[in-house]
Design a protein around this ligand. Structure first.
Ligand code: C2E
Ligand code: CA
Ligand code: CA
Ligand code: CA
Length: 277
């Protein structure tokens, strides 16, 4: 309150205090969520820009908490990281995604699967061993698997991350940099790291049809990536116009609400069977 502000040092505003409390509450409920199977995965299609062909899906985690309702991953993933629960949550998501991709494959639906990894998972190491063990357990070809990680992974533990990536790529797993353009985006680490793909953040894609330099910026990102022999995925493609511009700019793959929203494994199966480019 104003009174407090004048007479004492106030460490937390009421809003901050509430946010802290709810982080504790979420952390407590996350452990319970793991025990009670409250998570599920949804999958968002990725298409080849030129042909419109369905190539793969990105796996995104969902949490329905009986106490809190639907909680966004943008809220609970950071809490899971701070609470030391990201390994458990991350590997749950990983195993579930691999199992569901394998079921599609057995039905003749071959899709690449992209899974998000938190920087914290790479700090602990053993990402490569654990992922390769799961691919082996489900007999999913490594060539169908894409690791999505953000630039943060290189800031905090560049060498450890690089070791893991090299090992994964030796086995055929592919590596994508997520949210490209929003972090440090130093060209030097992109050049030095073992990567296959770049995912241009949707904040850039939403600008490509605006009356500014948005299109040229995305063009530069695409050209730069191609010069380094990296494939480019555009995120957040929300209109036919976005997609048309991306085609002109030579973008390789696209993902976004214009193509499809993320959906459950069984909805995805139906969607894919009836999809026509
Ligand atoms: P992300 O990896 O950048 O995922 C893309 C987000 O954009 C998803 O939000 C997706 O639903 C949303 N999106 C897709 N197309 C469009 C579009 O056309 N327009 C707009 N406005 N949004 C679009 P979601 O599912 O809420 O996930 C948010 C973030 O949470 C993800 O961002 C990712 O960083 C994190 N996340 C989700 N699942 C996992 C997971 O299994 N593990 C980890 N470590 N992080 C995850
Ligand atoms: Ca992602
Ligand atoms: Ca992203
Ligand atoms: Ca993001």
């Amino acid at each position: 309150s104003k009174e407090q502000g004048r007479n004492s040092i106030c460490f937390f505003s009421p809003a901050q205090h509430e946010a802290t409390l709810s982080r504790y509450r979420i952390a407590g409920l996350l452990q319970q969520a793991l025990d009670n199977d409250e998570f599920h995965m949804v999958y968002q299609p990725q298409i080849e820009v030129d042909s419109g062909k369905l190539i793969g899906v990105e796996a995104l985690i969902r949490w329905y908490s009986p106490q809190l309702g639907q909680v966004s991953p943008e809220v609970f993933i950071p809490v899971a990281e701070d609470a030391g629960l990201i390994e458990a949550v991350g590997y749950w998501a990983l195993e579930q995604s691999i199992a569901e991709t394998m079921k599609w494959l057995e039905k003749g639906l071959e899709l690449k699967i992209s899974v998000n990894f938190s920087a914290r998972q790479f700090q602990r190491g053993e990402v490569a061993s654990r992922l390769l063990a799961l691919l082996n357990k489900y007999q999913l070809p490594a060539e169908l698997f894409v690791v999505e990680l953000t630039e943060t992974c290189f800031v905090h533990s560049a060498e450890a991350t690089e070791c893991e990536l090299v090992r994964l790529r030796e086995h055929g797993v592919r590596i994508a940099i997520d949210d490209f353009g929003t972090g440090f985006s130093s060209l030097s680490y992109i050049r030095n790291m073992s990567l296959d793909m770049i995912k241009i953040d949707r904040s850039f894609i939403s600008q490509i049809n605006a009356e500014n330099s948005g299109g040229r910026l995305v063009q530069a990102m695409i050209d730069m990536s191609h010069a380094m022999e990296l494939e480019v995925v555009a995120e957040g493609v929300e209109s036919a116009q976005d997609l048309a511009v991306l085609k002109q700019l030579g973008c390789d793959m696209a993902q976004g609400y214009h193509i499809a929203r993320p959906m459950t494994a069984s909805d995805l199966e139906g969607w894919a069977m009836s999809y026509e480019p």
